[in-house]
Design a protein around this ligand. Sequence first.
Ligand code: PRP
Ligand code: URA
Length: 209
Amino acid sequence: MGKFQIITHPLIQHKLTILRQTKTGSKDFRELVNEIAMLMGYEVTRELPLEDVEIETPITQTVQKRLSGKKMAIVPILRAGIGMVDGFLSLVPAAKVGHIGMYRDEETLKPVEYLVKLPEDIDQRQIFVVDPMLATGGSAILAIDSLKKRGASNIKFVCLVSAPEGVKALQEAHPDIDIFTAALDEKLNENGYIVPGLGDAGDRLFGTK
Ligand code: PRP
Ligand code: URA
């Protein structure tokens, strides 16, 4: 079973509390999502493999460390996942960005896929799927199905707020992936929103319904 980790860094928790509040407008909401994504990116890249490399400083030859292993891809689930991309890219500017477009049908709460645009070598990359919300888990599960269908195998899922129902569903559907979240909330309400949550992340990020 993959790892499930709540990232409890005080800066992340503080920013998330501001993010949740109704009075936080789109501009601040966008900035906070980015900042939290960057701080989470720092935590979720902790275990990236390193290798030795011989370099020359102005003083001497020396053996130091550099990242080894797979190149990275960041894959936001549209729309709200887009809000987390810049934060990640500020840490790994060379990562490629794939996009998976998905919306939840408001009646069935089932996700509907409308776009998949990925780097050609996605099967070779360490993938970070990003989406602020893990509610029923439907969107994350379908996005990861879609990635696996295209040969991807090294996948980590990173969200800001999750519901127990979504975590369970995602772990059952994809037991191999690691899940990172800044908060595990109480439950889903009858409309599939996370409680206490932060409302509709896409609407709040972009100021549209
Ligand atoms: C939100 C969110 C997730 C999904 C989570 O997207 O960004 O993708 O809901 O819900 P689930 O776990 O029940 O699938 P939404 O469908 O509202 O689309 P949007 O990002 O375009 O607003
Ligand atoms: N999607 C959101 O944006 N918010 C929720 O609470 C659940 C799904």
